[in-house]
Design a protein around this ligand. Sequence first.
Ligand code: F6P
Length: 320
Amino acid sequence: MKRIAILTSGGDAPGMNAAIRAVARKAMYEGLEVYGINYGYAGLVAGDIHRLDIADVGDKIQRGGTFLYSARYPEFAQREGQLKGIEQLKKFNIDALVVIGGDGSYHGAMRLTEHGYPTIGLPGTIDNDIPGTDFTIGFDTAINTVLESVDRIRDTATSHTRTFIIEVMGRGAGDIALWAGVAGGADDIIIPEHDFDMAHVAKRLKDGQERGKKHSIIMLAEGVMSGDEFAKKLAEHGDFDARVTVLGHVQRGGTPTARDRVLASKLGAYAVDLLLEGKGGLCVGIKDNKIVANDIIETLENDKHHPDMSLYQLNQEISN
Ligand code: F6P
């Protein structure tokens, strides 16, 4: 093993830069040459590959986004693109690849593994929806970003005695809504992993208002429905004068938290250790507070991400 490459793919996440830095620095520490691939799999196929030296990853740990840029590139699901990607890696004499990203990125890494190319996946997405890990790089920063907005919204909600529906990201996963909902004291949390009954939601809100509650907050995961749609349906159950805030891509930016930087650093360095041991075809993660590696094909085929549903029950019991 002499040369490795790194790419970031899919939706960016705070802490991706810290992960690139950790992979690159650890690899250089071990005497390897490191290459960066711009724009994820799109850049891989196009051969947008360049040597990274130690200074290239300096002053990056605190920056949001990814300095290797990212792209959504569904074309990589096709065999032709995958083989072209491997051809490019071989052209640069690169022996192994580290992919930092979410579900789509992991599937790309799985395909490269199936073609026999040594690849390791690092979980980088704000959604926290990756199997094989309890937490993804970027999730902690995203929930703290959401929380800051919830606290601000609470101020104005109280002044006007209003109900707010806060729509958060997470595609098909409710993790952001769950964690930010509990931390923000939301009256109700609506996520794809749990059914809800609008009449019951309305009753919780009404009960709170009758007790003199000055504000109500519903944390809604985008995967359920849009905030506007939810507000319309809620209005069928009473006059809540609800306002909708869609936090959108604000959740993807910003300085990574210490927790995300440390996770990224640990996972990045571990990926290099594994490659040096001659191990590829893996995804790394953190399970029960331990850094782990799992077979990427098996993980994607047999493992499913499940949010911590105890948070849902907890919120029902302690909010409102
Ligand atoms: O990367 C994850 C994510 O932020 C999801 O939460 C969201 O649904 C999606 O990406 C948005 O994708 P895009 O930035 O491509 O619109």
